[in-house]
Design a protein around this ligand. Sequence first.
Ligand code: SF4
Length: 327
Amino acid sequence: MAFSNKKRQELRQALLSWYNENARDLPWRHTRDPYRIWISEVMLQQTRVAVVIDRYRQFLERFPTIRVLARSRESAVLAAWSGLGYYRRARNLRSAAKVVVRDHKGAMPSSADALRKLAGIGRYTAAAIASIAFDEPVAVVDGNVERVLARLHCRQLAGEQRWSTSQELLDLERPGDFNQAMMELGATVCIPANPRCSDCPIRKFCRTRGRGKVHGRKPRQHRREIAYLLVRRGKSVLLVRRAADHGLMPNMWELPETQLRKNNVKPIIFSLSHSITTTNYKVHVVGPRTRSARSDRDSGTWVNMARVSDIPLTGLARKILRRAEII
Ligand code: SF4
């Protein structure tokens, strides 16, 4: 059952007062610049806030305006994105920036509907930018908001119902703050496993107070063992570039992958763990003395180590090269 108008108003006030006092001090909360808000929203998809904070600053130092981003080379944008994963996001940012400069004289569209026409901007991102930068009264739904709404109303919401329920609650005077407050509540108080209901500013409106479970199983994690070759020659290191039509991270640079066979001499230099979506990789980095490694050396490009951090590396390659103290 929906809340009465009076209850909704009280809830909005309670949540916004809490947000005023408790919002985390994040760099993108100091701006109404739609370009900067857009960059933060795209980075925050699939990436933790703690990681995004530094990367957001670095990215904006390198691409301070949408015009700079629009005229940049794709390899430079991918290099700045390196380690954040899901590189399609970076390519879409650059494509959309070009369209904004070409068709909108460099000014980001101010409505969610117009923003959604740009590459990589879906319903959530469009609503977030439009409400935060332009005060458009349009609600967001992400995983955090969905969980708060489900617990608040004591029912699982699906499809369009999530959006209409979020829109009903939205504060029309401060839509950007309200959206951020809902997400902040989900991220810090109404957390998935054990919601901190005693600290919750809207507990008196909540129909479950933590007793309602968010259903759905976590996807199963798989394990895989892989090996990469680390070979240096003078001031260079051997790297390979993924093909332009590679389904995953095309044109990105990485170390040559190699095989670890049982009867090989295996000069493992170090091993590390790396997770990509539902797979946990045990990654062995081997030196050039294995038989298989010799044949791997036949392909690849010698890249000067001083230049390595300027080229677009896969997240795993960056991790390995950092551990090897090459970058
Ligand atoms: S009272 Fe508990 S379950 Fe309800 S919204 Fe607040 S933190 Fe979530």
